[in-house]
Design a protein around this ligand. Structure first.
Ligand code: SPV
Ligand code: MG
Length: 441
């Protein structure tokens, strides 16, 4: 009986290395090619530039491929259990780092029924490396990046199937370097890979990193400058904290700029007057905008958009200002009616009860408008718990800045105390690593 050979692909372009794998596979038997699902590909690698059907079609037409199947997860287990191939074929560069466990799990599973893993030398030409770099560069372009948040939302809340991803996870960044850390950090746990899906440009952290208070003092030109630095070196979609949006006449101009730059969404909060950080709550004077005024702001912003990609997210401050759940819900429905593409509900309680109550009540009437939560104070809550209450985007709003401040202060104090830099050195990144941290083009 003809042997079955399985190989999985998660690529947007076919290069010599892939063709080599298929050629080698063909020598062993009938080739079934797995096509990694979008969700799995996003979890360990990057956002595909082609749709899943385009990728599948591309693989299916390679000479030597008899059949294609979807590989839903990075782990091979489910697909192998199903097709029980005699051989699985893979490039030989995956037995270190995060892939180690995935490979081991596969070998163990194959062993249970006499299957074999065949590893062929990994080959990639200079030409293919160049094409890959071009794809990554493309992902930075506004027309690709801008729509990415909506594309992710389609995976989190698909119209007619179960979600492919539980939530979109966004992390605070405030510079090229923090952007790069969030862009490149991938971890493996229990044979699954995790990385952030999006980046949040916090007004609090952007201001703090410029040594300024979070009172809409840092002007938009400067905020955009921060974002440009991040955009230069990353591909992930950007959600911008737009504070109150200021005057409607100014907000519409700024929204146009955000859209043109390739930002995916702005979150605008329903406060007016001198903006103070929400987590200060009623310790300071903060005024919520009348519903009608804020609806006008949302509506004006929606009217100037030139694409269907960019999202206006309305942020409700009722719970922050202790106006109650009912006020928050009335506002949420009014803002959706005025055109808001998503709702952010904020809270400064230590437990997520009021967030859950809001989301549950909102979801009884509205199943399609995305909900955004920022679990800074109620940080015991998990992404899955938030998702179970209908939250679709979780923003970690300030953690990179909050770790940087004490770390930097610690170094300053240590050198002052020691009158030299030796004592702190073992805690620092080695100079050699600093020098090679950033790839040259
Ligand atoms: C920010 O990060 O700037 C925010 C979230 O707006 S919060 O600080 O919680 O108000
Ligand atoms: Mg803010």
């Amino acid at each position: 009986m003809e042997k079955i050979v399985y190989a999985c692909f998660s690529t947007d372009i076919i290069h010599e290395g892939h063709l080599n794998i298929i050629r080698e596979a063909k020598k062993l038997g009938r080739v079934i090619a797995g096509v990694m699902s979008d969700a799995a590909m996003i979890s360990y690698y990057r956002f595909p530039t082609k749709t899943f059907s385009e990728r599948r079609e591309m693989i299916a037409t390679i000479e030597g491929v008899s059949e294609t199947v979807v590989q839903e997860e990075v782990s091979y287990s489910k697909v192998i259990e199903k097709i029980r191939p005699d051989f699985v074929i893979h490039g030989d560069r995956w037995n270190t780092g995060p892939w180690y466990n995935i490979r081991k799990e596969l070998i163990d599973l194959l062993e249970t029924y006499g299957g074999k893993l065949v590893e062929v030398p990994y080959t990639i030409s200079q030409e293919a490396i160049k094409s890959d770099r071009r794809i990554i560069a493309k992902l930075m372009m506004p027309e690709f990046r801008r729509k990415r948040l909506r594309q992710l939302l389609n995976l989190v809340m698909p119209v007619s199937s179960t979600p492919f991803l539980p939530v979109i996870k966004a992390m605070e960044v405030h510079s090229g370097l923090t952007g790069l850390i969030v862009e490149k950090t991938i971890v493996e746990k229990d044979n699954r890979f995790y990385q952030f899906d999006a980046m949040w440009i916090s007004s609090l952290c952007d201001s703090l990193n410029k040594g300024k208070p979070d009172i809409e003092l840092v002007d938009m030109t400067s905020r955009f400058r921060t974002i440009e630095d991040i955009m230069e070196v990353t591909t992930k979609p950007i959600i911008m904290d737009g504070d109150t949006g200021g005057l409607i006449e100014h907000f519409v101009y700024n929204v146009r700029t955000m859209e043109r730059l390739g930002i995916s969404a702005v979150i605008v909060e329903d406060k007016m007057g001198l903006k103070r950080n929400s987590l200060l709550g009623n310790e300071v004077e903060q005024t919520q905008a009348p519903i009608q005024d804020f609806c006008k702001k949302i509506n004006a912003a929606k009217n100037v958009l030139l694409t269907d990609d960019f999202m206006i997210i309305a942020r409700i401050e009722s719970l922050i200002l202790e106006k109650g759940l009912n006020d928050a819900l009335i506002r949420a429905f009014a803002y959706v009616e005025a055109g808001a593409d998503a709702i952010m509900i904020h809270s400064r309680k230590k437990v997520p009860d009021e967030i859950f109550a809001f989301c549950d009540a909102f979801r009884l009437q509205n199943k399609i408008t995305p909900l955004v939560a920022v679990p800074t104070t109620f940080n015991e809550v998990t992404e899955d718990e938030l998702a179970a209450h209908g939250v679709n985007i979780v923003i970690y709003a300030n953690q990179l800045t909050r770790i940087a401040f004490p770390a930097m202060q610690h170094v300053v104090e240590n050198i002052l105390m020691s009158h030299r830099a030796k004592e702190i050195d073992s805690e620092l990144m080695p100079i050699k690593e600093v020098l090679t941290l950033i790839d040259e083009f």
